[in-house]
Ligand binder design. Structure first.
Ligand code: VG1
Ligand code: CO
Length: 541
């Protein structure tokens, strides 16, 4: 029997990046099956098609991979290319889809969310271009989950995914591949590996914290084996189902071990961390933390130093809440800059159309047109390449960048697990008052405009509304508010603060101090603390 009767589950609506739920929710009978069958149905079926499948090694990933293989077989797929052990980092999956020209791929991950029996799991569908399904497709998947009545699944023994090779599953080929090799080869084509080898041979010290998540095997292969960095350069290098209890989100709060090492006088020259599925990155120098928005700007200004980008960039794109630092670089380079809603899926069209080469988000995501996902190790290699080519350390690169372009002080404050009703009421109230905010004076700042961001995709003309509230102050400072689309508990409010200082004075302040007036002004206008009853944010990045 391959056809099973089922009933719809509520709430199978993909968020910013796929469907994410608590693991026990995903482990309910039929829950995963319903979502996967709905995905297959929404993309026109998978009969005769080739797919890529892999994930970040988190709890339930192996079992989910077996279910999806049997469903793909019963739905008539001709071949599924799976990473050995059901492992594939998100950027490696994106690359494999492109390299092998497959119809699409399924990524098993809740990315930066913790993993384990009581933590989070996720499933995401990527298109033939290697990128996350656009909203039209995720909407179609969601619509299908609401009416699904049956799914197809082969009754067969599990396939051995522990060794590379091919196996037959009810007439479908299961091809198990080394998850690392093709990705590492791609990196060699983009960056100056001989120069990086020389850098490490000269005693350059690096610490890469893979946070017990998927980049461990990739980072060991690339940094330690191919580039000759000292053994042990990569820490927490073995992916574990519960990420060793770590919260695999590469920011100063969750990557505190790395931060402590980098802030000590004997710290390594360069530090980096990545998230659960390997698409995020954090960049740190000895004694200096680089904010993701600044990292994007530095990469945009220096990418031409890497062999894969020596022809220069076609354009730069950033998500709306990301600081405008990259826009200043684009203006100086005379190239286009784009502002998109949060989530990598909105960069796909710009990359496919050749309008942007480099993209980034304030949430520790940077990448380029080499794949259609953000790419943590790509960003780390890009920084190494810039360091090697400029012969400068992170601190010098940053001070030089600020001196040239000015500094966009930036910080994000997260209020996690708020009661959903309360968060919605607060933002609905703000929506109602937006029109009247212009001219409001508070904390020495004047509101210049206030709106709700709506994006018109310049490539396909689609419109995505309700993408976050913007309160813009005279002089270029702003506060942005939006609710997270990746959380699995209540509502998470993200508040993004930005203030531009042209220099030469005032470029070396502590960001929280530099942003204090904007933080206070947003509090007065929105009443975040008073309405939520919270003393302050849970996480500051
Ligand atoms: C967050 C980030 C967003 C990112 C998304 C997926 O979304 O803000 O910039 O694209 O996570 O990242 P949200 O809706 O929670 O703010 V990953 O590395 O979790 O796939
Ligand atoms: Co991620």
């Amino acid at each position: 029997m391959t056809i099973f009767q089922t009933k719809p589950f509520d709430g199978q609506k993909p968020g910013t990046s796929g469907l994410r739920k608590k693991t026990p929710v995903f482990m309910q009978p039929n829950y995963l099956e319903n979502f996967v069958q709905s995905t297959f149905d929404a993309i026109g079926g998978v009969s005769g098609k080739v797919l890529v499948l892999g994930g970040d090694g988190r709890y339930f990933g192996q079992e989910a991979a077996q279910v999806i293989l049997k469903m793909a077989a019963a739905n008539g797929a001709s071949r599924v290319i799976v990473g050995q052990g059901a492992w594939l980092s998100t950027p490696a999956a994106s690359h494999l889809i492109r390299l092998r020209g497959t119809f699409g791929g399924i990524i098993l991950s809740a990315s930066h969310n913790p993993g384990g029996p009581e933590e989070d799991f996720g499933v995401k569908y990527n298109m033939a271009n290697g990128g996350p399904a656009p909203e039209a497709v995720t909407e179609a998947i969601y619509a299908r989950t609401k009416e699904i009545g049956q799914y197809r699944k082969l009754e067969a023994a599990d396939v051995d995914l522990s060794v590379p090779g091919e196996a037959d599953l009810g007439g479908m080929v299961v091809e198990v591949v080394d998850p690392v090799a093709a990705y590492a080869d791609l990196m060699e084509t983009l960056f100056d590996f001989p120069a990086l080898k020389a850098l490490f041979a000269g005693g350059f010290r690096m610490r890469m914290d893979s946070m017990c998540a998927i980049t461990g095997p990739y980072a060991v292969e690339i940094f330690e084996r191919r580039l000759g960095a000292a053994p042990g350069t990569v820490t927490h290098a073995v992916p574990l189902p519960d990420f060793g209890g770590m919260h695999p989100d590469p920011n100063p709060t969750w990557a505190h071990e790395l931060m402590a090492e980098m802030m000590s006088a004997e710290g390594p020259d360069f530090g980096a961390a990545s998230d659960g599925d390997g698409d995020r990155n954090m960049i740190v120098g000895r004694g200096i933390y680089v904010s993701p928005s600044d990292s994007l700007a530095v990469i945009a200004a220096n990418a031409h130093l890497a062999p894969g980008y020596k022809a220069g960039l076609k354009g730069v794109a950033r998500s709306m809440p990301t600081s405008a630092a990259a826009d200043r670089v684009a203006a100086a380079l005379g190239i286009e800059s784009y502002e998109t809603p949060t989530g990598w899926k909105f960069f796909g069209n710009l990359l496919d159309a050749g309008r942007a080469t480099v993209c980034g988000e304030e949430s520790f995501g940077t990448g380029s047109d080499h794949v259609r996902e953000k790419d943590g190790l790509w960003a780390v290699l890009m920084w190494l390449n810039i360091i090697a080519a400029r012969g400068e350390g992170v601190a010098e690169i940053m001070s030089g960048h600020f001196a040239r372009f000015g500094r966009n002080y930036y910080s994000r404050h997260d209020y996690e697990a708020l009661p959903t009703d309360l968060a919605n009421a607060m933002l609905d109230d703000l929506r109602g008052r937006l029109g009247g905010l212009k001219g409001t004076q508070t904390q020495g700042l004047t509101v210049e405009s206030a709106d709700e961001f709506s994006y018109l995709d310049p490539v396909d003309g689609s419109v995505s509304a309700h993408q976050g509230f913007r309160i813009l102050f005279a002089g270029g400072s702003r506060a942005v508010l939006r609710l997270s689309g990746t959380g699995t508990e209540g509502a998470t409010l993200r508040v993004y603060y930005e203030r531009y200082v042209p220099g030469p004075d005032g470029l070396g302040e502590d960001p929280q101090a530099a942003l204090a007036p904007i933080i206070a002004a947003a509090e007065e206008i929105v009443g975040i603390r008073s309405r939520t009853g919270r003393e302050g944010p849970n996480v500051i990045t």
